[in-house]
Design a protein around this ligand. Structure first.
Ligand code: PLP
Length: 403
C-alpha cells in the first residue's frame, strides 16, 4: 500500500551529480580529479564568494533577514532591479517579473503556469538533467532537440521538431539554456537567434509559442552576454518570451535560493494574466522568496555595482584561463569535445553506449565527472588550473583505452 497519489514515482530519487560527487570526495588519492561540482571554486578549491555580496548581506538588520517579503510576487524594488540587470533596457516589450527560489523555481513556475499533464515540451537533448525530471514529474511528453550538427548548432532539426510539435496541439513550449549552455558551454550566435526568431514569428501562425530561455550562466560569458535580447523585440504577440534568472550563479550564492522569472510580450494583458497565474502558483508552493537576499540584491545592483562587476570580472577571467588550458590541450591530443564558447562546463563527446564504460574507466583513474546525454561533463568552474593542466590528455588516454 502507498499513500502517495498513484501517478507519482515513489522510488528513491538518485541525483547523478550528487552520487558521483560523493564518490569523488571519498577518494583519498591526492592526484584525484573532482570535475563534478557545478559551483564556482577558487584556486584553493574553496567556494568562490563575492565579498561585495556578503558585506551587504551581513549589514542587513536581522529583522529584514527574518521577515517575509513585502509581496508574494517579490519585493517591488528587487523586481525592478532584476529586470534592469537581466535585460539592461534592451527589451522594450511589455514585461514583468516574479521572485522565485532559484532558477529551478523559475523554470518549474513557467512549466506549471503554461502546461497541463499530457502537454508537450521541447528540451535540449544534451542539457541540464532537471528539465526531463520536471517534464516527468509534471506528466508532460518530453521531446528533445539535438544541439549540434557536426560543430554547428542543429537549427534545421530544431525547426523541424517545432513544426511537428505545434501541429499536434497548436502550442509549443521550448526550453533553451543560452548563453553559456550547461553542459557544453555553447552560446548561440546572433545570426542563429535571428534565424530562430524569424522562424518562430512565422510558425506562430499555427499556434501559441512559449520560449523559455534559461539564462543561469549568462553572467559568466566573457563578453557581450546581453545584446542578443534586442532581437526579441521583433517577436509578435502570439509568442511569450520567458527568462529564468538564477542569483545562485550570478552572485555565486547557491544556498540563498533566489531567482526570478521574467516575462515579455507585445500585449500587456497577456503579461498580466501570466503574472497573476504565477503569483497564485507561488502562493501555494513556496509562498515567499528570500527577503534578506532580495534586499541584498537590490542594494548591490543599485549602490555597489562597480565592486561586484570587478569581482565578477576576476571570476570570469579565472574560468576563461582554465578553459584556455583545457581547450588547447584537448586540441593537441585530439580529444573530441562539443563546441565551447563560455561558462562553467565543457563536455567530452562520446557515443551513448560507451558512456558508462568511459565513466567507470575514468573512476578507476581517479577522475570524476558527470555523465550527460552523449557526453561526460567537466566542471571547469570548480577545477583549479593545476588540476586542469594535463586533464585533457588523461581523458583522451582513457577514451582510447575503451575504444
Ligand atoms: N539551469 C541550469 C542549466 C542549471 O545548471 C541550474 C543549476 O545547476 C539551474 C538552472 C538552477 O539553479 P538554481 O536553482 O540554483 O538557481
Amino acid at each position: 500500500m502507498s499513500f502517495v497519489r498513484e501517478d507519482f514515482e515513489t522510488s528513491p530519487y538518485v541525483d547523478k551529480v550528487f552520487e558521483i560527487r560523493k564518490k569523488a570526495e571519498s577518494d583519498n588519492n591526492p592526484d584525484s580529479i573532482n570535475a563534478t561540482i557545478g559551483s564556482l571554486k577558487d584556486e584553493n578549491s574553496k567556494l568562490y564568494v563575492f565579498s561585495s555580496v556578503y558585506r551587504i548581506y551581513d549589514s542587513l538588520p536581522d529583522e529584514v533577514k527574518a521577515a517575509y517579503s513585502s509581496a508574494i510576487k517579490g519585493n517591488p524594488d528587487f523586481l525592478q532591479t532584476v529586470i534592469n540587470w537581466v535585460d539592461n533596457g534592451l527589451l522594450n516589450l511589455e514585461k514583468d517579473a516574479i521572485a522565485t527560489p532559484g532558477g529551478t523555481g523559475a523554470i518549474d513556475l513557467a512549466i506549471n503556469c503554461c502546461l497541463k499533464p499530457g502537454d508537450n515540451i521541447l528540451i535540449p537533448e544534451i542539457g541540464w538533467g532537471s528539465y526531463s525530471l520536471m517534464a516527468k514529474e509534471n506528466h508532460l511528453n518530453a521531446y528533445t532537440y539535438p544541439l549540434f550538427d557536426g560543430d554547428k548548432f542543429a537549427i534545421e532539426e530544431l525547426k523541424k521538431l517545432c513544426k511537428e510539435l505545434i501541429s499536434k496541439n497548436n502550442k509549443l513550449f521550448f526550453i533553451i539554456n543560452d548563453p553559456c549552455q550547461n553542459p557544453t558551454g555553447y552560446s548561440l550566435t546572433h545570426q542563429e537567434w535571428q534565424e530562430l526568431i524569424d522562424f518562430f514569428n512565422e510558425l506562430s501562425k499555427e499556434g501559441e509559442i512559449i520560449i523559455l530561455d534559461d539564462i543561469a550562466y549568462i553572467d559568466f560569458a566573457k563578453e557581450d552576454s546581453r545584446s542578443y535580447f534586442k532581437l526579441f523585440n521583433q517577436l509578435n504577440e502570439k509568442i511569450l518570451f520567458l527568462v529564468a534568472f538564477s542569483a545562485s550563479k550570478t552572485l555565486s550564492a547557491y544556498g540563498m535560493r533566489l531567482g526570478a522569472l521574467l516575462s515579455y510580450n507585445k500585449n500587456k494583458e497577456n503579461i498580466d494574466d501570466f503574472t497573476n497565474a504565477c503569483v497564485r502558483f507561488a502562493r501555494c508552493t513556496w509562498s515567499n522568496s528570500n527577503n534578506g537576499f532580495m534586499h541584498c540584491f537590490n542594494k548591490l545592483f543599485t549602490e555597489h555595482q562597480e565592486e561586484y562587476l570587478k569581482e565578477r570580472a576576476e571570476a570570469v577571467s579565472l574560468i576563461a584561463e582554465r578553459a584556455e588550458i583545457f581547450l588547447k590541450e584537448a586540441k593537441e591530443v585530439d580529444l573530441p569535445i562539443y563546441p565551447y564558447k563560455d561558462g562553467y562546463f565543457v563536455t567530452v563527446k562520446i557515443e551513448k553506449d560507451k558512456i558508462n564504460a568511459y565513466q567507470e574507466a575514468l573512476i578507476r583513474n581517479s577522475i570524476y565527472a558527470v555523465p550527460v546525454n552523449k557526453g561526460i561533463r567537466i566542471a571547469l568552474c570548480s577545477l583549479n588550473k593545476e588540476k586542469t593542466k594535463g586533464l585533457a590528455k588523461k581523458l583522451k588516454e582513457v577514451l582510447d583505452e575503451i575504444a
